[in-house]
Design a binder for this molecule. Sequence first.
Ligand code: OSB
Ligand code: MG
Length: 367
Amino acid sequence: MISSIRLRRAHIDLVSPFRTSFGVETARDLLYIEVSGDGVIGWGECVAMSEPMYSSEYVDGCEEVLRRYMLPLVHRNTTAESFTDSVRGIRGHYMAKAVLETALLDFQLRRNGMSLGTFLGATQTRVRSGVSVGIQPSIDELLSVVQGYIDDGYLRIKLKIKPGFDLEPVRAVRTTFGDDLLLQVDANSAYQLSDAEHLAKLDQFNLLLIEQPLPEEQVASHAQLAKVVRTPMCLDESILSVEVAREALDSGACSIINIKPGRVGGYLEAKKIHDLCFERGVAVWCGGMLETGIGRAANLALAALPGFTLPGDTSASARYFARDVTSPFILRDGHLDVPTGPGIGIDPDLDYLDSITDRVDEIVLTK
Ligand code: OSB
Ligand code: MG
C-alpha cells in the first residue's frame, strides 16, 4: 500500500547550453515524485522545462496542477492504471499526469519484481543512440561539436534548426561527414506553411526526417507541407495522444512519430502509440527532454519495444550532466543498455540528489 508521496524540487546544470528555436537551456529545473510504501519507493521525473516555450507546460505549473488536482486523487490503493482513468477529465497537463503515473507504475512494478521493459513488451536489451545537437554560434563550432559526438560513437545526429540557421548548417554537416551519416533535423515549430518551398530545399541533403516544422496545433498544415517536401515528416509537439497520432497518420501529416512519454501523459499512452504505429509499419523513435537518469531509465525501457526502429534522443549521461543523479548511462558501441531491475531498474544516488535538492514536501495518505 502507498503510505506517502513526496514532491521533490531540484536543479542540475547542463554540461553545455542547449539552444533551440524556442530558447536556450543551461540547467534543468527538476520535479520528481516519489511514491512510497512497504519499504519501496517508485520514482517519476517531470519532463517540463522551466518556461512554457517547448509547449504550454512548465515545471512550476506542473507542480501547481499536481498539488491542486492530481495528488488529491491518489489513495493508498491507487494504481498507475486507475490514476490514468481518474485524470481523463482533466484537460491537457500531460507532463504533470505523466510524472505521477510513472511514479505509481514504478512503485507497483518494483513491488511485483517486474521491470518496466518487461511490462511494456521490450524485445531488446540495448538501444541505438542518437544525439540532439543544439544551435551553435557558428558553423565551425557546429562541425566540431558534431565531430565530438561522432567520436563518442553516436549513431545518428539530429540538428536543431530555425529560420536563418537551416540550409547552410545542414549542408556543412552533410558535406563534412559524408552521405552515410544518419542525419535529421528538428525545427521545434519555428516555421510556417508559407515556408514550404524553402523547407523543400532540405530534400537535397538526404535527411532521415524533418521533425515538427510547424506549430503543434497545425496538424493539417503538416499534411499540406508533406505534399511539397519529400523528406519524411515526423511530429513531436503535435502528438499528444494515440487519437492525435491516428489522425496525423491518416491525414498524411507525418510518416514517422517521435514518442515522448512525458508529452502524452505517460508510458501507458506511449505504449498505445507504439502499438498503433507498429501495426501500421510506421517507424517510431524515443525522444528526450534532457532527462536525468531517473527519466532516462524509463525512456530506455520504452525504446526497447520492437517498433522503435530509428535511433532515439536517448543519449548518455555525459552528454547532459557532469554528474547524473543515478549511476551514469554509458554509450558502448553507440548503444545504451536497457535497465533490467524491477520498475525503472535504477535508483538515484540519494546523497547526491539531496545535495542538489531545493525542497521536498511529503503528503501522508490517510485513506
Ligand atoms: O524537441 O526534441 C525536442 C529537448 C528539450 C525539449 C525538446 C526537445 C529536446 C531535444 C533534446 O531535442 C532531447 C534529449 O537529448 O533529451
Ligand atoms: Mg523535437
